[in-house]
Design a protein around this ligand. Sequence first.
Ligand SMILES: Cc1ncc(COP(=O)(O)O)c(C=O)c1O
Length: 936
Amino acid sequence: MSTTVNLPQVRSDQFFTVAEARHDRWRNLLSAIRAWGSALEKNGPAAEAKRSNVAAIFEDLRQWEDFFAYPGAALLQTIEDRITEGDHAATTRVVQAVSVALLTHSYRGSDAAWEGAQTAPGVMSAKLPVGGNENAPLKPYFEVLIATAAHPSTWPGLSRELRKLRRPQDTFLYETVFVSSFEDAVLGTILNGSLEAVIISEGIPFASLHNSPVLREFLTTHLAATGVDVNAPDLALALAQGIKLIRPELDIYLLSDREVEKVAGSPEAQCLRRIFYQVEEPLELHLSILDGIADRYNTPYFDNLQKYAQRPIGTFHALPIARGKSIFKSNWISDMGRFYGINLFLAESSATTGGLDSLLEPTGNIKVAQELAARAFGADRVFFVTNGTSTSNKMVEQALLAPGDIMLVDRNCHKSHHYGAVLAGALPLYVDAYPLTRFSMYGAVPLRSIKKALLQLKAEGKLGRAKLLVLTNCTFDGQIYNVERVMEECLAIKPDLIFLWDEAWFGYARWSPFYRRRTAMGAAEFLERKFKDPVYRAAYQEQAKKLGPDLNQEEEVLLETRLLANPDKVRLRVYQTNSTHKSMSALRQGSMVLVKDQDYHTVEEQFHEAIFTHASTSPNLQIIATLDVARRQMELEGYELVNRAIQLALELRREVNSHPLISKYFTILGAYEMIPAQFRNSGFIDYLAPGSNWAQAIKALREDEFALDVTRLTLVCGTAGFDGTQFKNLLAARYDIQLNKTSRNSVLLQTNINNTRSDVAHLIKVLVEISQEIEKRLQQAGAQELSAFNARTKSLMEDVPDLPDFSCFHDSFRENPDSLTSEGDMRAGFFGAYREEQCDHLKLFDEEIDRRLKEGPALVSANFVIPYPPGFPIMVPGQVITPETIDFMRKLDVKEIHGFSAALGLKLLKPSFLEAAKSPTRGPAEPRRVVEKRAA
Ligand SMILES: Cc1ncc(COP(=O)(O)O)c(C=O)c1O
């Protein structure tokens, strides 16, 4: 008898997307059951083959289901029995019920779902609501993984015992998932996004009994990716540490049968929340589990704000909107009250008393909320900011830089950094990102350029003044740095260099085990460990023997060497800013500054000054509350949500690039198009490239100089005849689809924790519709129209202007015009423009521009000129304007150019002012030695 077994293909991208893959498996099973039903209806001989196919698919699915509490062993057994008996109707009924329960999460509150009966979505069990109130919301539900050597036959009993401990006053509800080995516990941690706690019993064996090759590959690659130590002598503690590497937010409990006091005292036990002597106190264990969740659920500021809003408070301060009386009673604006609802107004206050705390000097619940955020993000301390990352960046820069200090920075970074340099009086030294000229955008800054800048500063005796390196991670378009390597190599050259990673877009990355190591805090944590590791120290000493402790080597040798930092000298000083509102559930402008700086005490005072300088004295309470809540959400469900955002991005990528019609006109750029080959040393091409496998993807994420954040999708629309702005407007006006930024021939789409599969489906449908329209138009077009279309796409895709790199500051703004390094006093240029008599204007197409470009005097920009797109300053104050800059400006066909008025023309600093501005006493003079060396 032949069987047709159609197991689903395992795609390499499914590595990241286990939750959605689970739904796919159930859907696949259902469709196989339907096919079995059709064969039965036809009474044909194929029915048995179809049944076998169902059985095979179920067998594959079942091994993955072992890692979830629902549907659980009993229901899975029922399904297997029904399939074996050939009972198609019963199989359909149970599988459908389980699929619905999984999709709607109804099993989290329904006893019926656990019995395999159909539940209407959203139906709640009367048993579960908090406090016995049927209208109250369900108790939040989670799962607890128990890794135990106890025989599987005892598991249902243990599970029942724990259920018996439930009390009406419990605020949360959990179910248990049992596994019997180290490997299975790791799999459970990765696969089950509902897990919040893990209980590990000592004595568990290492190897999984699951023998599917797919599961095995999945496990092996993850173990390699996360660095779990599979050879550690104490398996239980090694497992606890491994789980923390994958999901640091999980609470881990150890059930030990040894001297628990000894275990508790070991450094490896730091990652445990509590240690119990076997299950001597089941109730204590139950309460500890709930307590652990309560710790993460706790939102001190938000909770207090809710309480505050319920109190009858008379306000005699300057905030008429508070309590909403003037709104709800108004003849004219009561609709505002109805629209926003009463709570918004009840929760408004200008008070910092009554438990509301002060954002500028927090001592109460804002302080606690910030400490909780620090724990969640892996920082030493966190500052909430209510004016966006634009402000966070300026705060950090003001705090860390003094006039005359040098700040190495990507010229294409967000404008707040350039303004930060102006405000601090620091001299920016621009390091160039690699260009992606064809798509009119820049990538990220190669490490080689950063090292070169540092080595040149060293050669000129200016390294001491180079205080800060500022990079955007990930970039707007999704290039992620190898943060660990950048910091390590830079610290090898300058052991106390401070890093500011602008992770405006990347705050969510903390909750992906794949991205975490490429975040500022994730990398800092690894480096911290590395610098304490004797193996690293030995490797450093070995390198120091070759290169010399002071790296007195040819520049090229140092650029080519993977430098190791001196663990005895390094000071790990890492700052991160993130627009929490861009990737988590915070209101607009909600931002955080994360600090992991071992010398923070030396800048603490100035840090507070910077906060006082930039923070509003009337911060928005709702923004602070959402920062607190966003942290709660990410600590409890960030892992699952981020996985889903990544999954949706991959779905979208695959669908667009493989759709026969859409892909004729549109493409989403893969890693190989966004990151040149020399920065992908592992040879990785793309997650969706044919033949790409999990191991390659993980290797690339670990090793390559840059990786691509798949949730940032560059959709090329120039090939469909649209420039980025046109296409953005079309999507917004006709389809109510909003997107991120645009370039000459592309738009940037983004998925985040808020997106659903329906959003993706909608976008695909729209792209099909637009492609059909183009197709129809071209089919009906005459030769002239066709050639116009081809000319348009050619112009958009090929006639792209070269991107203008930063040229240089005018000599008047340089301490030593002969210096190898290009830092300049931008602030002097910036304030030079404050006097009208010191500035000139020249229209962009004025021939005088071309004449001066050839014959001089140099054209020097008086201000920032930032076209949108591309969104980076193509001129900064004091910068010499080159023919390339003018060429780029003249070819720009965008309307929004900040700092440039077409009617007035370019604003330039007058030559007379530049002459007068020369030879200022800025910073220490160059050491004679260097000047002489260069002259020689
Ligand atoms: C890299 C980068 N940093 C900082 C910011 C500013 O963030 P916010 O909008 O929160 O002020 C942005 C805004 O787009 C950005 O792209």
